[in-house]
Design a protein around this ligand. Structure first.
Ligand code: BES
Ligand code: ZN
Length: 402
């Protein structure tokens, strides 16, 4: 599953890029054209006969100009040829895409400056909150979200499912004037990112997020059946339960807690990218970002795999210590995604410390994602595995907050 790019491939691609005609770089992009970054191995495979589309290749990453219609084909190649489930990232301009490629090798092992205090000393508070997490709550939320035909970023049901999360989070937060649930609007597509903010006395932020959209098939995705129970109703249900436990226990944070259900992850991490960019633009201090994407398929001997690329090493160590301290019965380890596989990469890209605890070793991940078979039944119709992630998220929030 882990694809490392042989050196000769990288070398030949750099050569290709030097000999590229540069005419297309100067062209202003029309509505239907997009600049994306993807592994050079993938771009080479997809664009063998249209190599003029590869504008730049460095360090195994390429900038490619595509048409919206190419997206299905690229996803298909990524999936079939490289066992990736999308494998590319969309940028608003050629310059932005180029910046991404040039920054990438340093980003993969990002040691973004962190202002966080990773000491662990909130034992009684953490243990009490962990005891309040409920499997049935997580299960019910997964069932509800996966009952939408799909949660695709531009489908009717993908708007309805975000409305559902908005109302659910509003009802959890109702009665607390320090909690506000908002819609973060995106200009280029209709699905909003949903955000619940629990204001603390400090404006420094802790972000707990995951993507709410789902995807399946290559054509007519707005009508496809994409229950996305594991990818990623499980993450949203994990976040929702973490939020509920904190609210119902009367937890009042010192820092400002931000819970996020991102739009449009499955089409290139687009929702989280815009949100992270907006935080950056506002000069927000983000102490830490926790990404919850796929938490309910217990596929390997590890309970939790900490994604080691496109994440923050110091914060990852902190998460490992939290597991050892509060969930000592769990087995965990480090594993690479091999590419910018989820929204944590959007935050890392803006210089914020992000981590992503994942459900299994990557080679043993849920094989049904992005199909009509990604249902709760693949996880035995329960949310026992996701419950572990709620406990970890509670420990993370409370310890980072104090
Ligand atoms: N949930 C997956 C991410 C994932 C897949 C993590 C496999 C770990 C193992 C996510 O929703 C996804 O499908 N990501 C795409 C990339 C994205 C840029 C479209 C992927 O993995 O191809
Ligand atoms: Zn996915």
């Amino acid at each position: 599953m882990f694809f490392s790019i042989p050196r000769f491939v990288v070398g030949s691609l750099i050569l290709v890029s030097i000999t590229q005609p540069s005419f297309s770089k100067a062209h202003p992009s029309s509505n239907k054209r997009l600049f994306v970054t993807m592994g050079s191995d993938l771009s080479e495979k997809v664009f063998t006969n249209k190599s003029q589309k590869v504008l730049e290749s460095t360090n195994g990453l390429s900038v490619v100009e595509i048409e919206v219609d190419d997206m299905g084909n690229i996803s298909h190649e990524a999936h079939e040829g490289f066992h990736r489930c999308g494998g590319f990232m969309v940028h608003e301009s050629y310059e932005k895409a180029l910046e991404e490629v040039q920054n990438d090798s340093s980003r993969q092992f990002a040691k973004n400056v962190s202002f966080a205090d990773y000491s662990i000393n909130q034992g009684s508070q953490v243990n009490a909150r962990i005891g309040e997490a409920r499997e049935i709550r997580i299960r019910k939320m997964i069932q509800k979200l996966s009952s939408f035909k799909n949660r695709y970023f531009e489908s009717e049901t993908g708007l309805e499912s975000q409305e559902y999360i908005f109302n659910e989070w509003k009802s959890i937060g109702s009665g607390r004037s320090d909690i506000e649930v908002k819609k973060f609007k995106h200009n280029s597509w209709p699905q909003d990112t949903i955000i619940a903010v629990m204001r603390g006395s400090s404006d420094e932020k802790i972000v707990i997020g995951g993507h709410a959209d789902s995807i399946a098939g290559w054509w007519n995705r707005s009508r496809a059946t994409a229950p996305g129970a594991d990818d990623n109703a499980s993450g949203i249900a994990t976040i929702t339960e973490t939020f509920r436990v904190l609210v119902e226990s009367g937890y009042r944070p010192e820092k400002t807690l931000v819970f996020a259900a991102y739009a449009a992850e499955e089409v290139g991490l687009r929702g989280s990218k815009e949100m992270a960019e907006s935080f950056k633009k506002n000069n927000d201090t983000v102490l830490g970002v926790l990404q919850l994407d796929m938490t309910n398929y217990n596929g390997s001997d590890w309970d939790i795999a900490l994604v080691s690329d496109f994440t923050n090493e110091e914060q990852n160590k902190f998460l490992g210590s939290l597991i050892d301290t509060y969930l000592p019965q769990l087995k965990w380890g480090y594993d690479r995604c091999g590419y910018a596989c989820s929204d944590h990469a959007s935050w890392t890209g803006q210089g914020f410390p992000a981590s992503a605890p994942f459900e299994a070793r990557k080679s043993k991940m849920n094989p049904h994602i992005h199909t009509g078979r990604d249902t709760l039944s693949q996880s035995g119709d329960n949310a026992n595995h996701a419950l572990k992630f709620v406990k970890l998220a509670l420990a993370y929030v409370i310890e980072l907050d104090n």
